[in-house]
Design a protein around this ligand. Structure first.
Ligand code: 6R9
Length: 671
């Protein structure tokens, strides 16, 4: 088992206390049927999920709930037809045209908050869909790459693609031009949607220059980008790099042409792809996780309703970025499918000070709040008295993205939530479309540090190396798998179905010929422990993926960036402990013979990472060492390096081919 899991198992497994959800919450909750777990047991699988699809409007009802004839390519709601943009926008108009879909809160506090109604969203989505179709030539099935920060134009662009039946691939705004290029190439997008720039931590960032790099790099890899469509952050003002004639166009300049345009939503088969979202795996190449329309949207809507307890009268704020799966499911598709009112915030959580989030919550009467352990840890650093100064009241708070330490959980509950809110710790992944393990807030007590049991209809199991079930309550860890398919599960990896089967189903499927879904447990790639009560505690990744501030990155992606520096011979990336971000990369490199280490080289290595991936991957430290510790078969022992970075016991090194180097590295890092 991977090093981080072993490390956590060593730490004594301590049962935490339970916290009951507030009675006021339970009374009003969307899901308070105590029989829901039986109703969604495996005996009722897969029909138990039809209630999720019933949350949507279908142009044509499905004939088959789940087609399992070609494992593990599960097909949900087959025969049904729908459109995601219609479900997120049009269908709300008869009753709720003037309801606020998004409150856009700019980072600059003096800027007015912009309320975008469902009617206004409808107009903008239609106009941009018309522009995509008639100006950029986007058709059903085409891929469109969208590289944008947190502005309303981002969901507008996504929904415009969905309206046409085009497949969007949103690239996190903080990613570099190079990272954007890789995604353009893999998805074969000939249209890039971007913005001139945006505000972050008080600074104007020129974002359009990343598009220039992305297009150039993509073209050098054989993918031509015909159109770069550029929104403007501040209407009437352009703050980006020079426009390239014939390729770049300002959306605003075309607007008058498309004003009032209407585009019929395409009637899409339930199983047609809705989007791609690239995520890190254990190789250097990010994988394009493909999600379908009917299953994904049903699952995003249902979990928003039942886990986040979003109701028509609530004001809901998820502080994640739409460029990650959390934003796709829980800022865009889930809340909009339910006709909810959400906050969309441009800036950083503590800008200009640690009271900012609570001022927004007070001002807009936010009553559901959703964030990550990293944000909570950084807010906690600013002291216990800040949230109390503001008059807001949350009924529910969610956390996602990384394990939350029980201490941090309690701070979230006591200080941020003022002991008034139910807390859900939601464990899931880009691949899973929506939540898998969490408490149903009105039905299960909360337990700090544990995500909770599988949600209704989700049946997790923890397996050991041989595929045997680890007994709940045994204190043993293992690899968390889900026994059954569910509607939000990814369809495949874009253009790489073999990698899909191998990565998620290869290890625990004993019979590749089997047509029985029971033989195909989904392997998440996380280590976990289950206690007697069925609650699951996630320990961290068991593959070569590291989680920095809730952002997934592959150690191999970072290493291959470093290896581009000509002086570097070998590189190993480890996830070192960090009090705020959970973990942070440290890089160990050895150099080619004759090369001298100096500060400039150090900087070159850091720059290579920021260039290839973005500032989120910036390492805390680059250690230039004479050699990397290796096994006799030549494998780099990252575990040993991680122990040195974290100042932990190194353990046995006698099986290494070069044990002496461990001592040298240790002296260098911890003199
Ligand atoms: C939604 C999202 C997925 C990985 C996942 C796990 C970690 C997510 C967690 C959590 C502990 C939680 N993770 N939620 N670990 N507790 N509540 O984050 O998707 O970016 O694909 O990352 O994040 O390691 O495997 P994604």
């Amino acid at each position: 088992m991977a090093e981080n899991v072993e490390r956590d198992i060593e730490v004594h497994w301590r049962e935490e206390d339970y916290y009951e959800p507030p009675e006021s919450f339970v009374k009003q909750a969307n899901l308070n049927d105590p029989h829901i777990y039986e109703k969604m047991s495996l005996d009722n699988f897969p029909d138990c999920f039809t209630g999720y699809a019933d949350l949507l409007d279908w142009f044509k009802p499905w004939d088959t709930v789940l087609d399992t004839s070609n494992p593990p390519f599960w097909r949900w709601f087959v025969g049904g037809r729908l459109n995601a943009s219609y479900n997120c926008v049009d269908r709300h108009l008869p009753q709720h045209a003037n309801k606020v879909a998004y409150y856009f809160v700019a980072e600059r506090e003096e800027d007015p908050i912009v309320a975008v109604s469902y009617q206004e969203l409808y107009a903008r989505v239609n106009e941009f869909a018309a522009l995509l179709r008639d100006y950029a030539g986007v058709k059903k099935g085409d891929r469109v790459t969208i590289h944008m920060p947190m502005v309303v134009e981002l969901p507008v662009a996504m929904l415009a693609c969905a309206r046409l039946g085009a497949i969007h691939s949103v690239v996190f705004g903080g990613f570099s031009g190079q990272a954007c290029a890789d995604r353009i190439v893999d998805s074969e997008s000939s249209v890039l949607v971007t913005i001139d720039g945006y505000y972050r931590n008080g600074k104007w960032l020129n974002h359009k220059e990343k598009a220039d790099i992305a297009v150039k790099q993509a073209e050098s890899q054989g993918q031509k980008v015909n159109h770069v469509l550029i929104f403007q952050r501040d209407p009437g003002h352009y703050g980006g790099s020079d426009l390239v004639e014939g390729r770049d166009v300002l959306v605003q300049e075309l607007e008058s042409k498309y004003r009032g345009a209407r585009v019929e939503p395409e009637s899409m088969p339930a199983e047609d792809p809705l989007f791609l979202m690239y995520t890190s795996g254990s190789t250097g190449k990010p994988k394009g996780i493909q999600h379908g329309t009917g299953g994904y949207l049903s699952y995003a809507a249902a979990t928003t309703k039942y886990v986040l307890d979003v109701k028509p009268e609530d004001v809901y704020w998820c502080m994640a970025d739409i460029g990650w799966i959390t934003g796709h499911s829980y800022i865009v598709y889930g809340p909009l499918a339910l006709g909810a009112t959400s906050v969309l915030y441009e800036g950083g959580p503590t800008y200009p000070d640690a009271g900012r989030a609570w001022r927004i919550a007070e001002r807009l009467n936010v009553n559901i709040f959703h964030t990550s352990p990293t944000a909570i840890r950084s807010l906690r650093q600013h002291g216990d008295d800040v949230p109390g100064r503001y008059n807001y009241h949350f009924k529910l708070m969610a956390t996602v993205g990384e394990p939350i330490e029980p201490d941090v959980w309690r701070w979230y509950y006591n200080v941020v939530g003022k002991r008034e809110a139910a807390v859900v710790d939601t464990w899931w992944q880009t691949e899973t479309g929506g939540h898998l393990c969490s408490t149903v807030p009105a039905l299960k007590a909360m337990k700090p540090g544990s995500a909770g049991p599988g949600l209704p209809g989700i049946h997790p199991v923890i397996l050991d190396e041989e595929g045997n079930e680890v007994t709940p309550g045994s204190g043993e860890g293992g690899s968390i798998c889900i026994r059954n398919p569910w509607p939000g599960i990814m369809q495949t990896i874009w253009k790489d179905p073999e990698r899909f089967v191998r990565t998620y189903y290869g290890k625990y499927n004993k019979n590749p010929q089997s047509k029985d879904w029971r033989d195909w447990p989904y392997m998440a790639g996380d280590g976990a422990m289950q206690s007697q009560d069925g609650y699951i505690r996630i320990l961290g990744r068991i593959d070569d993926v590291i989680n920095v501030a809730g952002h997934r990155m592959g150690t191999k992606e970072l290493e291959s960036a470093v290896l581009q520096v000509p002086e570097v011979a070998e590189a190993a990336v480890v996830a070192a402990h960090d009090d705020i971000k959970g973990s942070i990369p440290e890089i160990y490199v050895s150099l080619h013979p004759g090369v001298e280490a100096d500060d400039a080289l150090n900087q070159k290595i850091v720059d290579a990472i920021v260039h290839d991936i973005g500032p989120i991957a910036r390492p805390r430290k680059v250690w230039i060492v004479p050699d990397l510790p290796k096994t006799r078969s030549g494998k780099i022992m990252r575990r040993i390096l991680a122990s040195i970075s974290d100042n932990r016991e190194i353990g046995d090194v006698t099986t290494l081919s070069n044990p002496e180097v461990v001592e040298t590295i240790h002296k260098l890092v911890r003199p």
